[in-house]
Design a protein around this ligand. Structure first.
Ligand code: AMP
Ligand code: MG
Length: 414
C-alpha cells in the first residue's frame, strides 16, 4: 500500500474501542431534583416509576353501543333486549344488567354490573324501548379490561429514561404529579488558538472567528445541560493550565477545541497529562483523529480537534453518548440505515469515516445519499447543508456510485 492511499495509524485507537473505553469510564452525575411533571420534559428519571393504579382502573367500553351479558348473544337469528338506561363516561350506572337487558353505553364509560360485552351501535337496531342484536358477536367484545394497559405495581418507566411528551401523559394518567430526575450535568468549554477572535472583535491578518464555541453552545444546549462558556484561551501553557483549573472547580465535564494536534503550540494534551489522566488521544476516525479523552479529578475531559467539522463529528460520535451517560441516561443505539450512494465517494482505507451527506428520495422513491459538498474537515458549510453522516467502514476504500452505504440521519439525534 502506498502511504498516500493508506490512512492507517498504528497509534490510533479504533473507533469502537474508543467508544467502549469512554462508556466504561463514565458514570452518572450524583444528585437529583424533584420536579413537577411539566418541568420534567427531556429530563432523565433518577428512579423507576411504579404504577400506583391499574390502567384502565375499571372495565369500560371501547365503543359507543350496548352493554349486555354474553349469555344473551343469540346463537342464530336475532334477540331483542330491553334497554334499561344509558351510561356516559364519568357517570357510572347505578343498576345491574340482568338477563334479557341492555344498557346504552358511550366510549370510556364504566361497564355496568352484570354486563361483560359491548355490541357496537352500528351492529344493532333500535325498536322502541328494545334493541335488536344479531349473530357474530364475541363474548367480552369491545371491553377494555382493568389493568390491560398497565398493572398496579409494574415499573412503567425505568431509571435512566429521558422523558418524552408521551411519558408525561403516561405519568399523568397514573396520577403522578412529580418525579425525581438527575440534576443537569454542568459542562464547561473553551476554544484554544492565538488566531481566534470572538464575535464583535475586528479580524487582524491571519485571524479567524471562533466558530466552535457556537456549534458547541448549540449542541450542548440541545442536550439540556448547563453550559459554561469560558471563551477563547491563547496558545500559552500557563493560560491553558489556568483554564483547566477553573473548569475543574465547577464542571462535571470540560470540552476544549483545538490544540490537540502534534503542533508546537498544542498544550491541551500536555496539560491533561500534567493535571489529570489521559485515557487516549488519537482515534482512527475521520474527521477527528486527534481526540483526547481523560479525567481531571472528577471532571470528564474531552479535547476536540480544532477544525470545525472535526469538532462537530467527534462531539456527535463520542462526546454526545458519553454526555447522555453522564446525565444518567442509557444512550440508545443510534439509528443507521442502509441506502444507495448516488455518487462516487473518495476514501482511503484506515479510518472510520463520517462524511457529510444529503439523504433524499430519487425519482423512484428510493432513499439515496450524496456528499454534501466538499469533505474537508474545515468545510463548515458542508456540515450545515448535510442532513446525515455517511458512515464508511475503516477498511473501505473509494465508494462507487450505486453501492450501499450506511447513513445516520441527523434528525434522529441532533
Ligand atoms: P488545532 O487543532 O488547534 O491545530 O486547529 C486546527 C484548525 O482548526 C486550525 O486551522 C485552526 O485555526 C482551526 N480552529 C481551531 N479552533 C477553532 C475554532 N474555535 N473555530 C474555528 N476554527 C478553529
Ligand atoms: Mg490551534
Amino acid at each position: 500500500m502506498s502511504a498516500k492511499n493508506d490512512d492507517h495509524d498504528p497509534h490510533s485507537l479504533s473507533f469502537a474501542e474508543a467508544v467502549r473505553r469512554v462508556g466504561a469510564a463514565i458514570t452518572p452525575v450524583s444528585g437529583f431534583e424533584q420536579l413537577a411533571l411539566r418541568e420534567a420534559l427531556d429530563r432523565v428519571l433518577h428512579e423507576d416509576v411504579v404504577s400506583p393504579l391499574d390502567v384502565p382502573g375499571h372495565a369500560n367500553s371501547a365503543m359507543d353501543g350496548y352493554a349486555l351479558r354474553a349469555a344473551d348473544l343469540p346463537a342464530d337469528g336475532e334477540r331483542e333486549l330491553s334497554v334499561i338506561g344509558t351510561v356516559f363516561a364519568g357517570h357510572p350506572f347505578a343498576g345491574t344488567v340482568e338477563a334479557g337487558q341492555a344498557v346504552r353505553i358511550m366510549t370510556g364509560a364504566m361497564l355496568p354490573a352484570g354486563a361483560d360485552t359491548v355490541v357496537k351501535q352500528e351492529d344493532t337496531q333500535k325498536r322502541g324501548e328494545q334493541v335488536v342484536v344479531g349473530t357474530g358477536h364475541k363474548p367480552g367484545a369491545n371491553v377494555r379490561l382493568p389493568g390491560e394497559d398497565i398493572r398496579r405495581g409494574a415499573v412503567v418507566l425505568a431509571r435512566g429514561r429521558r422523558l418524552t411528551p408521551a411519558d408525561l401523559g403516561l405519568l399523568a394518567s397514573l396520577g403522578i404529579p412529580e418525579v425525581k430526575v438527575f440534576r443537569r450535568p454542568r459542562v464547561a468549554f473553551f476554544s484554544t488558538g492565538d488566531e481566534l477572535r470572538s464575535l464583535g472583535q475586528p479580524l487582524g491578518e491571519g485571524q479567524i472567528y471562533d466558530s466552535n464555541r457556537y456549534t458547541l453552545h448549540g449542541m450542548l444546549t440541545r442536550l439540556g445541560v448547563e453550559v459554561i462558556d469560558m471563551g477563547v484561551v491563547p496558545d500559552d501553557r500557563d493560560a491553558v493550565r489556568e483554564a483547566f483549573r477553573t473548569a475543574t472547580a465547577s464542571a462535571d465535564m470540560l470540552i476544549t477545541s483545538g490544540g490537540v494536534s502534534v503542533g508546537e503550540a498544542d498544550f491541551v494534551k500536555e496539560t491533561l497529562q500534567a493535571l489529570g489522566q489521559v485515557n487516549f488521544w488519537k482515534v482512527a476516525m475521520k474527521p477527528g483523529k486527534p481526540l483526547a479523552f481523560g479525567h481531571l479529578g472528577n471532571t470528564v475531559f474531552f479535547g476536540l480537534p480544532g477544525n470545525p467539522v472535526s469538532a462537530m463529528a467527534t462531539f456527535y460520535q463520542v462526546v454526545q453518548p458519553s454526555l447522555l451517560r453522564l446525565a444518567g441516561e442509557q444512550p440508545p443505539e443510534r439509528l443507521r440505515i442502509t441506502v444507495t450512494c448516488a455518487e462516487r465517494l473518495k476514501k482511503a482505507p484506515g479510518r472510520l469515516d463520517f462524511q457529510r451527506g444529503v439523504l433524499s428520495r430519487d425519482e423512484h422513491g428510493q432513499l439515496v445519499v450524496r456528499a454534501a459538498g466538499l469533505q474537508g474537515s474545515h468545510v463548515l458549510s458542508g456540515m450545515s447543508r448535510a442532513n446525515c453522516f455517511i458512515v464508511l467502514p475503516a477498511a473501505a476504500g473509494n465508494i462507487e456510485a450505486g453501492s450501499p452505504v450506511d447513513v445516520e440521519p441527523f434528525a434522529a439525534f441532533m
